[in-house]
Ligand binder design. Structure first.
Ligand code: LLP
Length: 410
């Protein structure tokens, strides 16, 4: 069989190799599963680098003043911070833990932004003592907490824009726990000045997995009208393809929309998370049981589930799946996890090619918010993270062990 291209939900330059097996970053995923075990998160390093460059180039073609910030919550792992720093990106952190990871990766603290609607005094101290570049101030209480610290800050605002995405991941609406409503911005600016903070600009993040760029244009227009600031951070949120039918906007169109109404002289910051890492990663599983209930449904159960990918259960997120060495097929199956809940279903009604016990099953587009939201439900050790490049695979986060599960017990 000659090499075949696979759909755009897989990492860039993935293909089916001569043996009909999925290959990404030059590595055969069936061989990876044999070497590293399953479940496993596998990333094509070049995909992440290429996407970072696409963002940078899209800005560079249109503006001299910009900063691309990796929204690290999508995939908080030191290898990812390092990779994006090498590509010239800054990073945002949403907790002391993410700050710790970014610093452990060797990131320049000046290139970090800290977010959060309830940063604790200890987290703020940690950030300031680490020399963090900017803190994105979220509330009047936080301004109080920062009083007297001559810290560079931005102000998070909720512009009243509601993109069409899952309500759990909408954040720009007025009824939000995040940020200042527009009407409160003048008072917040005064309070920041009175507290001795160095205000550098406004920040807004209106939501995630957004597939319509017009809302970003509106956001740029709204924030630009709020006054003259050196920096405007227009957040993240650009959506990706989870299934072959999904056609997200191009990065160029997204950047064009962000910049359309922002005056020259303002530095525009954006914070992609999902769009940098989502399609770079796939999850590999092993099929353990195939239960065919005549005239009802076929359950294909795998050795992971809601502990390594919460998104189907949390947001009803839809994924694609294939048997790693037999793409195609037309047997409609439901891919179930191994957890003790009926709702632990990764993909409902997906066509597979004659699934059998022992097959390696691949779910693509799990690079964002998979590892990030992994948990130990049913005391399931979390999967490793493997980076692939030019046919070489390396473990960047090892698999959790049973010993790890008792490590914190006193
Ligand atoms: N900036 C801020 C302030 C954010 O809160 C977020 C995401 C981002 C940037 C990055 O958004 P992205 O480009 O990745 O859409 N767990 C959910 C997503 C929650 C996103 C929260 N904030 C999911 O799995 O879909």
């Amino acid at each position: 069989m000659s090499a075949l291209a696979v759909s755009h939900v897989y990492p860039l330059r993935s293909r089916l190799n001569e043996r009909g097996r999925l290959e990404l970053g030059g590595c055969d995923v069936v061989e990876l599963a044999a070497e590293f075990g399953t479940p496993a998160y596998v990333y094509a390093e070049d995909d992440m680098r290429a996407r970072a460059r696409t963002f940078v180039e899209a800005f560079r073609a249109r503006s001299e003043r910009f900063e691309v910030i990796y929204a690290s919550k999508a995939f908080p792992c030191t290898a990812a911070y390092r990779l994006f720093a090498e590509e010239g990106l800054s990073a945002d952190v949403a907790s002391g833990g993410e700050l710790h990871l970014a610093l452990a990766a060797g990131m320049d603290p000046k290139r970090l932004y800290m977010h959060g609607n309830n940063k604790s005094p200890a987290e703020l101290d940690y950030a300031i003592e680490s020399g963090i570049g900017h803190i994105v101030v979220d509330s009047f209480d936080e301004i109080e907490r920062l009083r007297g610290r001559s810290q560079r800050v931005m102000l998070r605002v909720t512009p009243g824009i509601e993109p069409s995405t899952h309500s759990y991941i909408q954040t720009g609406q007025v009824d939000s726990k995040f940020g200042f409503p527009m009407a409160e911005v003048p008072r917040a600016l005064e309070e920041c000045a009175a507290a001795g903070l160095e205000l550098r600009g406004l920040h807004a993040h209106i939501g995630s997995q957004i597939l319509d760029v017009e809302v970003f244009e509106k956001l740029g227009e709204l924030l630009s009208a709020m006054g003259e600031f050196p920096l405007l951070n227009l957040g993240g949120g650009l959506g990706i393809a989870y299934t072959p039918e999904d056609r997200p906007p191009s990065v160029e169109d997204y950047v064009e929309a962000l910049l359309r109404h922002v005056p020259d002289g303002v530095t525009v910051l954006c914070e992609p998370g999902r769009a940098l890492v989502g399609n770079a990663g796939v999850t590999l599983y092993t099929v353990g049981t195939v239960k065919r209930i005549p005239d009802v449904r076929t359950y294909v159960s795998v050795d992971g589930g809601m502990s390594d990918n919460l998104r189907p259960m949390l947001y009803g997120a839809r994924y694609e799946a294939e048997i790693a060495d037999r793409f195609g097929g037309n047997e409609v199956c439901t891919i179930a996890g191994m957890h003790c809940e009926s709702g632990d279903v990764l993909v409902r009604d997906v066509a597979l090619n004659d699934p059998r016990v022992g097959d390696i099953l691949v779910i693509p587009a799990t690079g964002a918010y998979g590892h990030a939201m992994a948990n130990n439900y049913n005391a399931k050790p979390r999967p490793p993270v493997i980076f692939c490049r030019d046919g070489e695979a390396r473990v960047v986060v090892r698999r959790e062990t049973y010993e790890d599960l008792t490590l914190r017990d006193c």
